[in-house]
Design a protein around this ligand. Structure first.
Ligand SMILES: C[S@@+](CC[C@H](N)C(=O)[O-])C[C@H]1O[C@@H](n2cnc3c(N)ncnc32)[C@H](O)[C@@H]1O
Length: 188
């Protein structure tokens, strides 16, 4: 059932042009989660739950860990919740509606994995909003870092202060175009 729901959500994203990570980047995200074995992941930018399903599949297989995912568009969040239910992983996820930079300030428990995929100029604000809860170490994955001009403050901070690596991907939809994901290991 899980695999069928994931395939359907990917199909809906393509048909309706809902932004999603896509399978190549999702595999990197899943491998980071597998490696980190986190207790609590926070995702900014749920959309309809495609990347969330990739995260939740790993957590389910690991047998531990939870996801808090934040989405500003109520209709998206409601579709994501329905998709998590259909896939049988709703018990592992807390789906919240609001501006991620504000919602993150209300999280009062240790966070060992942060995935940034919301408005690109909000990445640094989200990082700052959750920084006091980040564990030592914590994994941070940021999508769309090819749009460096929109998140210059965030990239400068993580590349200067932490082990940080950019992973580049060729666009399947737009050959010749590439985009990146930044994987950073936060420490204090
Ligand atoms: C690129 S999509 C996320 C794709 C999703 N992570 C996936 O791979 O399935 C970006 C999402 O962030 C949401 N978003 C934009 N600004 C936001 C904000 N300030 N707080 C929370 N979500 C936001 C958008 O509504 C959109 O659904």
């Amino acid at each position: 059932m899980f695999e069928q729901v994931l395939a359907e959500v990917e199909g809906q994203c393509r048909a309706e042009r809902v932004p999603m990570l896509g399978p190549d980047k999702a595999k990197l995200l899943a491998s980071c989660v597998e490696k980190a074995k986190p207790s609590l992941i926070v995702e900014c930018g749920t959309a309809i739950g495609y990347s969330g399903l990739w995260i939740l599949r790993v957590l389910k297989n690991l047998g531990s860990g939870r996801l808090i995912t934040v989405e500003i568009e109520k209709a998206n969040a409601e579709r994501a919740r329905a998709n998590f239910e259909s896939a049988g992983v709703a018990d592992l996820v807390d789906s919240r509606i609001g501006d991620a930079a504000e919602v993150l300030k209300t999280i009062q428990e240790p966070v060992d994995f942060l995935f940034l995929d919301n408005n690109k100029d909000g990445y640094y604000a989200c990082f700052r909003a959750i920084e006091s809860q980040l564990t030592n170490p914590a994994t941070i994955v940021a999508d769309n870092v090819g749009r460096a001009d929109q998140m210059a403050d965030y990239l400068e901070h993580v590349r200067t202060n932490y082990d940080s690596e950019t992973h580049w991907f060729e666009s399947r939809r737009r050959p010749g175009r590439r985009d990146g994901m930044e994987v950073s290991i936060y420490r204090y």
